[in-house]
Ligand binder design. Structure first.
Ligand SMILES: [Zn+2]
Ligand SMILES: [Zn+2]
Length: 239
């Protein structure tokens, strides 16, 4: 079944995410845009995923637990996770590997953890927007351990991307699926850097107006986070 997807979005918990990217606002805006599957992928955390999943059930939008991990090389990797327990376990793995610095909201932005009613239940003190000590070469296998899938994020961007940082796509990294920005010329990118793979494209929305109308589809067999992860994984097998 083909479903409209956007697997890369930030909430008000990301320091760079708009304060009005609340669980209800972002899920309902996604529903209005015609999206059927979204992933909430805040920087180095998953604490707003439980609320978004609950809101998604009401709104008829499947919310896949996710995190946008910053590696020690400052590469962003979209990490898709199969359920809330895996998301929380992965978050607990990542937090001790972040620089132990407190957020300064005036400098970096608010980090609000919310419930399904958009009530603030915590202001995250751990600064979320700096790199972890997790290396890009270990990320693929690490996500497998958590039952998830690692997808290098927005690889066609100049900053915080696999190509932007490394200057190439090393097959030894083991990735089979890559994320690009929506308007990327994938053929040109593969030719320039000499690699093959499957692709997804996402909005990377940090505010409500950046959520794009539903245009891109994924062929999902089971409408569940696991089913979505399998669908993304399959994109890398046919290439
Ligand atoms: Zn990013
Ligand atoms: Zn992002």
């Amino acid at each position: 079944m083909k479903v409209f997807y956007d697997l890369h979005m930030h909430s008000c918990l990301s320091p760079c995410g708009a304060d009005d990217m609340t669980p209800n606002n972002l899920v309902n805006m996604a529903a209005l845009a015609g999206l059927q599957v979204i992933a909430l992928s805040d920087h180095n955390t998953t604490k707003n995923v439980p609320a978004a999943v609950k809101v998604g059930r009401e709104a008829g939008v499947l919310v896949v637990p996710a995190m946008e991990l910053t590696t020690k090389e400052d590469i962003h990797v979209l990490c898709l996770l199969p359920d809330l327990d895996a998301a929380e376990a992965f978050r607990q793995y990542v937090y001790p590997r972040l620089p132990q610095r407190k957020n300064r909201p005036k400098a970096f932005g608010n980090q609000f953890v919310m419930d399904e009613n958009d009530e603030i239940i915590e202001e995250e003190t751990q600064l979320l927007n700096f790199g972890s000590s997790i290396g890009i070469y270990e990320t693929g296998a690490l996500l497998e351990d958590f039952g998830g899938l690692a997808v290098p994020a927005h690889i066609d961007r100049a900053s915080y991307s696999l190509i932007g940082v490394m200057g190439n796509v090393d097959p030894a990294l083991g990735f089979r699926v890559y994320e690009t920005t929506i308007d990327c010329d994938r053929e040109a990118l593969m030719e320039k850097y000499g690699f093959q793979g499957g692709f997804i494209s996402d909005s990377d929305a940090h505010d409500l107006i950046a959520i794009r109308d539903a245009e891109r589809t994924l062929d999902v067999e089971t409408m569940s986070p696991r089913g979505v992860i399998e669908a993304v994984r399959r994109l890398g097998e046919t290439n």
